[in-house]
Design a protein around this ligand. Structure first.
Ligand SMILES: [Zn+2]
Length: 431
């Protein structure tokens, strides 16, 4: 998974970052300190042991956002189909006056899950404007996008020429805004109105696949967030063009390294950070076979509705767990971290009661192959993290143990001695 212990008690208040990255077992003192902070500042969340929150979804090591400015034509012709094929989402920072792509184009992109966000109305540097002029650029572009692209919300901004305006004004309209000073953001940025990015293409510092991957790895080493800024592609006339072949190589690379890197829109990364830092996680019931859980925060659920990743060690005697929220099954995965078997799952804060239920998944032995000299190969399929006893018999009555196997993933290949002319094998969950 690329992460060691990423278990974290998050908290943040009054711009004072109280985030804690723990590398071992969290102490009760650490927990109580966070609770005290949350009471004092009233903004922070708390995730108590044995629950742990992923810094990024599925406990990945880094977040990556690909942002595209100025609606250069190949962004729609080349980049969006490329990202669609990979299942990745990108962000289009669009002006609503100048450099405007047209609503049908932006609506189509939003319908595929890409983010349509603001690059102001007239692509003017906010630094030279009065507060009233800044408000007109910030608010009118947002209103226009929200009126015309109704499948999403316009919640983020890219500053034209990367020039910040009055942060307090920007924050009245946007969750976050992007500059381009070429820095990796920490897992919780100090100022959401000043999120840095790297300029890609001929006029920027990111021109090759190797440039993309080395920045991504640098972000991973600090559990950070790396934002790429792209304008032109090939010869579409856009600023600082990047060869589309390089972008395709980059998408391919991150597509095959999704365990480590989380590629997501600028806005959804901001949502995840805010939700993870504000979340309260607490058990409300546990009868041994069924644990109920509340995952809440005080954020506006109309905006903050991105699933966040939690995990906990499987309770003793549980080979696996089924997870549901509001009676709907949610994605859950059993996995080993160190020597601990965890259940990891995604839930939406304030999205209703979460239930973890003890579950024994079916086990299967298949693909038998007899090979010389005297060995018998077969495949064991079951629950990742669960231990299985393999037993053998010559008469289907008396069974003797052959070996036990702990599944690291959902299946493994076994090689067993074939000592008799006829032998039967079976697998059983071994608690
Ligand atoms: Zn621009």
């Amino acid at each position: 998974m690329g992460d060691e212990m990423d278990g974290t008690i998050y908290g943040q208040g009054l711009g004072l970052v109280a985030q804690r990255e723990h590398t071992g077992v969290k102490t009760r003192a650490g927990c109580c300190l966070t609770l005290a902070l949350s009471t004092w500042f009233s903004l922070a969340g708390a995730v108590s042991p044995p629950y742990e929150m992923g810094t990024w979804p599925a406990f990945r090591s880094a977040a990556l956002s690909f942002t595209f400015d100025d609606s250069c034509s190949n962004q729609f012709v080349l980049a969006i189909p490329m990202f669609n094929r990979a299942g990745f989402k990108l962000t289009l920072f669009s002006c609503t006056g100048t450099l405007f792509a047209g609503w049908p184009t932006l609506q189509d992109a939003a319908a595929r899950g890409h983010e349509v966000a603001s690059h102001t109305v007239t692509h003017v540097s906010l630094g030279g404007l009065t507060d009233a002029q800044q408000v007109a650029e910030l608010k009118n572009s947002q209103d226009a996008i929200n009126a015309n692209v109704t499948t999403q919300r316009c919640v983020t901004l890219a500053y034209p020429f990367c020039v910040e305006g009055n942060d307090a004004l920007t924050a009245q309209y946007y969750l976050a805004a992007r500059t381009c000073s070429g820095q990796i953001m920490p897992s919780t940025p100090a100022n959401f109105m000043s999120i840095s990015s790297y300029v890609c293409g001929s006029a920027g510092s990111v021109q090759t696949l190797q440039n993309f991957t080395s920045l991504a790895n640098s972000a991973a080493s600090s559990k950070g967030w790396c934002v790429f800024l792209i304008h032109g592609l090939d010869s579409d006339g856009g600023y600082s063009p990047l060869p589309s072949a390089t972008l395709q190589q980059t998408v391919n690379y991150f597509s095959t390294n999704q365990n480590k890197f989380w590629v997501q829109t600028f806005g959804n990364v901001v949502r995840y950070i805010q939700e993870r830092n504000a979340a309260f996680v607490g058990e409300t019931g546990n009868d041994g076979d069924r644990i109920s859980l509340q995952v809440t925060n005080t954020l506006d659920s109309a905006v903050f509705n991105y699933p966040i990743t939690l995990r906990r060690p499987l309770p003793a005697g549980w080979p696996g767990a089924a997870v549901s929220q509001n009676d709907q099954r949610v994605p859950a995965q059993m996995l080993y971290v160190g020597s601990t078997n965890y259940v990891m799952f995604d839930v939406v804060p304030n999205g209703g009661e979460v239930v973890l239920a003890r579950e024994v998944l079916p086990v299967m032995l298949n693909n038998p192959v007899l090979s010389t000299p005297a060995s018998f190969k077969l495949r064991l399929e079951g629950q990742a993290g669960a231990r299985y006893a393999i037993q053998a018999s010559s008469d289907l009555v008396n069974w003797s143990p052959v070996q036990t196997s702990t599944l690291v993933s959902a299946a493994t290949n076994l090689t067993l001695p074939a000592l008799e002319a006829r032998r039967y094998y079976r697998a059983q969950w071994a608690p």
